[in-house]
Every structure is written in C-alpha cells, then in structure tokens.
Design a protein around this ligand. Structure first.
Ligand code: PHE
Length: 330
C-alpha cells in the first residue's frame, strides 16, 4: 500500500492516474479483492476488517481526487500557454478607409439633383471681389464683406465665402436654359460649435426665358429634395433676405429630433433651418448681361445636413480626424 501511495504522489499524467484508480477501485482492483476476503473471515473479525478497509478506501479516494485536481490544473495551464494569442502583436492586415460623412452626404445631395436633370459646375476657391460680392448685388458697404467674415488676400482676392460666385461664372459662360448645382468648399472667419472656417455648400441655379421658371418650381423641387433627404418631414418657406434673390426665403423642416414638438436642438420652435433660396434678383441678371429671363437659386450647408442626418452634436468633430468617429461611417 505504501508503494501505491508513492505512485499517486509521483504520478505525472491523468492517464496514469486513471490506471492507478482502476487498480484500486476497479472490479478487479485492490479493494474489490479485499472486500471479497471478508466472506472467509470469522464473524468476530469482520467488523474491524471492514472498518479499516473503508477508512483506507476514503483515504485513497481523497489522495486520487487531490492529485486529479492538481494534474488537471497543470493540463489547463499547459494548454493556455501553448494556444495563447499575443494580443500585443502588430496586426499587419491593412484596414480599409471610407468616405468622410460630409462627402457621403454631399454624394446623396448630388444624386438627387442629377436625377432631376441638373448638371454639376465647379468654381475656384480663390475668388475675386466681382464674382463673390459685386455681381451678386452685394455692394461695397455690405457687412458680409467685413474683415470679420472674409479671408482676404492682397489685391482684392479672397477665399470664396459661398458657392454663389459659381452662379455668376456659369451665367457668364453659358446661355439659358441653365440648370446647375455647384458643390464645394467655402470659407468664413468663424469657429464655434456650429461654425468652422471651412465648410461645404451646394448651390443650385435654374434660369430660363422670362416667365418659365417661377417661385412655385423652386418650392416644388426643394420640398421634394428635403423629403428625399430626411424622409417624412414638413417643409416651411419663411420670408428672408439675400442680396442676390428677390423674393427670398429660408427653408425649414419640421425638427427631425422631436417631430416638431419642440426640443433643445430646434430651440423649442419645432423647426430646423436648412436652406437659403429665392428668385434671382434682376440686378444679378444685369451684372451678367442677361435680359428677359427668370430663375431661382438656392444654397445649403452640407455639414449641417450631415449633422442632422447622423445626429452629430458638434460640427468641429467632423474635421478633427478622430478615427473613432470616422469608423462609424464605413
Ligand atoms: N449664398 C447664400 C449663403 O451662403 C445661400 C443662398 C444661395 C441663398 C442662393 C439664396 C440663394 O448663405
């Protein structure tokens, strides 16, 4: 028995341990044979014999179980060591990029207007005073020309403050009918929760013979466009002023966050302003030498659309290049 005790102690594998268990507790094992001996013993010895045997049995069962637990945890540890993954290893799989959310929004806007037979027209980012202001009926004293709002270069060149100068360039280069949108970057001296020095606009311009294009056409297309972008929203035209349109309207949609009930985002008005628009001012047509025409124009901020579509609270986060934000737009 001492030998068996020693064997259990030095046993190195679960398989060997099982072998030892069988030799003790199996049908043909040590204890089966010992208990069989009982029959041949005189009655007065049976009790002592059985008691001693049962005590031995408990002892060996405990020894086997303890050893089993030790061998099992050694086995698990070994397995973990052999099959472990080093999570700090450099992963050489290249990750794919994605279109920036502003560009995705831009694409969706362009998609709509192209489907409505608009063509795309781009213009320079560095503009002159004439295209950005003068021809758009923004006279010399207009506050938009202020150093506070506009980035100027020397000799009256500037970074365009809106995409409206592309209206002027298009009209000077083409003859009506005109049906264009002009997407692109614009620049203003502004920086806070809802303003960045660079942002994107999409401008729209439709010009045709006098009387062909009206405010009603403008209203239809913008309503249809906003429903395409935002789904089931109410659209409202609110009288406003732009130097290059008369009459002018700002366009609101019912707040997509509170469904028009009033919340923090819509300043409890139930409405969100999303567009500027109007019928092209006669002074603009005069500046480009157009006669007997009518038209409408509109302009929108792409970042504002992206923020509303994706519920992004801070405009600046779109330009910080934080991958955690960008990865959500794969
Ligand atoms: N250019 C105007 C702006 O930047 C938007 C606009 C475009 C308004 C065309 C009316 C017509 O705010």
């Amino acid at each position: 028995m001492k030998k068996i005790k020693q064997s259990i102690k030095t046993c190195k594998s679960l398989k060997d341990l099982e072998q030892l268990r069988l030799s003790l507790f199996g049908k043909k094992g040590f204890f089966a044979a010992e208990f069989a001996k009982m029959k041949t013993l005189p009655n007065d010895e049976k009790k002592d014999f059985a008691q001693k045997l049962n005590a031995d049995k408990d002892l060996y069962l405990n020894l086997l179980n303890d050893k089993k637990m030790i061998l099992e945890s050694i086995a698990i540890e070994k397995e973990m060591k052999e099959n472990s993954v080093d999570v700090t290893l450099f992963n050489s799989t290249p990750t794919s990029g994605a279109l920036h959310p502003v560009m995705q929004t831009m694409d969706k806007i362009i998609e709509y207007f192209v489907s409505m037979n608009f063509s795309i027209q781009e213009g320079p980012l560095v503009e002159d005073d004439f295209h950005n202001f003068e021809a758009l009926n923004l006279p010399k004293y207009h506050p938009a020309r202020d150093m506070q709002d506009t980035f100027y270069f020397e000799d009256s060149m500037l970074l365009r403050t809106h995409t409206s100068p592309v209206q002027i360039r298009t009209m000077l280069n083409e003859t009506p009918p005109i049906r264009v949108i002009s997407p692109g970057a614009v620049f203003r001296r502004d920086y806070d929760l809802t303003h960045t020095p660079m942002f994107h606009q999409v401008e729209g311009l439709v010009v045709d013979k006098a009387g062909v294009v009206s405010f009603a056409n403008l209203k239809y297309i913008l309503e249809d466009f906003l429903k395409y972008m935002f789904g089931d929203v109410k659209v409202r035209f609110r009288p406003s002023f732009f130097p290059f349109t008369e009459p002018s309207a700002e366009v609101d949609i019912s707040c997509i966050f509170c469904k028009g009930k009033g919340c923090r985002v819509c300043s409890h008005t139930g409405w969100l302003e999303v567009l500027g628009s109007g019928v092209v001012d006669p002074n603009v047509f005069e500046a480009v030498g157009y006669k007997d025409v009518s038209g409408y124009a509109f302009g929108l901020g792409v970042e504002r659309f992206a923020m509303l579509l994706h519920k992004i609270p801070d405009l600046r986060s779109l330009f910080e290049g934080d991958l955690r934000l960008l990865e959500q737009f794969r």
